[in-house]
Write a protein that binds this ligand. Structure first.
Ligand SMILES: [Zn+2]
Length: 335
């Protein structure tokens, strides 16, 4: 019991300290982290681990104490470790006696019980009262679990408070409507038709299961962006704030979804067109031409590092100056 509790205590505290550290970095660290990792992910992991700790702490000792047959310790203590005879448990007032039973009855059985009683008296005289079958304490693991829950809840409230004061949700309603209209206009210019851009505030469409910053139906007229992308675009277009790479990413995502709406299916080609359209889009949202080109080149550099599940987003080899995917073949700058 004690051993189980100690084994649980260390990882539980390591987990809580990690969560505290992560939330602090998430709040005070680079904005890229906040845009890359939705805060509910570490909280879900922490909650799951706390549940597994309390579960294993409550379950482990119970299995042993439910076994009512004589344990190896009992056999040794009463001197029957090699004895194949059945050990019979007899309730003798305040204690329990183990009787080696081989089918005896009547007087023989009374004799066996008397022997066992004498053994037990002797045993009690020699030893400290033998530890009663470990009485399981639910209190410690449950208290630890509640401590963990309280820490998770406290951090959750803190993160929610910070998010509601600083994220897309902190932008007031009218400003949000104006921003979304602006984003839709920009997407329409790239798509070559009137399209409707939405910020997926309840995350019904993007950012939960799919690792995506936006979603659009190819050839359709509506696309959704995550609140983080919307907020980056808003900071640029309305507050003249540039968050480095996060701003570049947001511009590329808007352009990417707009190219899907225009009808482009292939993810690699879409991304190639997006970083090129992003140069003009970035300038329209307030960047200098040099800054816009630099941010889009950075997107192209990061694109080359894509592997694994996102490899389909890699731009094709023709995505280069003078290549077949160059939207401005007469311009020597790319993107
Ligand atoms: Zn896409």
């Amino acid at each position: 019991m004690v051993e189980t509790a100690d084994r649980v205590a260390f990882p539980a505290w390591a987990l809580r300290l990690t969560l505290v550290g992560f939330v602090l970095v998430w709040i005070f660290g680079p904005i890229e982290l906040r845009q890359a990792v939705p805060i509910w992910i570490p909280f879900t992991i922490a909650l799951g681990l706390e549940l597994s700790f309390v579960w294993s702490a409550l379950r482990a000792p119970r299995a042993a104490s439910l076994d009512r047959r004589p344990q190896p310790d009992d056999r040794e203590r009463f001197g029957y470790e090699d004895d194949e005879s059945e050990l019979l448990l007899v309730d003798d007032g305040e204690r329990e006696l183990w009787i080696p039973y081989q089918g005896e009855s009547g007087e023989e059985l009374d004799e066996l019980i008397a022997d066992a009683r004498a053994w037990a008296d002797e045993d009690e005289a020699e030893h400290e009262p033998v530890a009663v079958a470990p009485r399981r304490s639910y209190r410690l693991p449950v208290r630890r679990f509640l401590t963990g829950l309280a820490i998770i809840a406290g951090l959750g409230v803190t993160a929610w408070f910070v998010e509601s004061r600083t994220g897309w949700n902190s932008v007031d309603g009218d400003a949000r409507i104006a921003a979304v209209e602006r984003f839709s206009d920009e997407a329409s210019r790239i798509a070559g038709k009137t399209v409707d851009l939405r910020c997926d505030e309840s995350r019904d469409f993007v950012g939960f299961v799919q690792h995506a910053d936006g979603v659009a139906i190819v050839g359709g007229d509506r696309a959704y962006l995550t609140p983080e992308i919307c907020h980056s675009l808003y900071r640029l277009a309305f507050d003249d704030r540039v968050d480095g790479n996060a701003t570049g990413r947001a511009i590329a995502v808007l352009a990417h979804e707009a190219w899907h709406l225009r009808g482009e299916t292939d993810e690699g080609r879409t991304e190639c067109f997006a970083v090129q359209s992003g140069v003009v889009l970035g300038q329209r949202l307030g960047l200098s031409e040099d800054r816009a080109r630099q941010l889009m080149r950075q997107q192209l550099t990061e694109n080359a590092l894509r592997t694994g599940a996102t490899v389909e987003y890699r731009v094709p080899p023709d995505c280069r100056d003078g290549g077949s995917l160059d939207l401005h073949p007469d311009d020597s700058r790319f993107p």
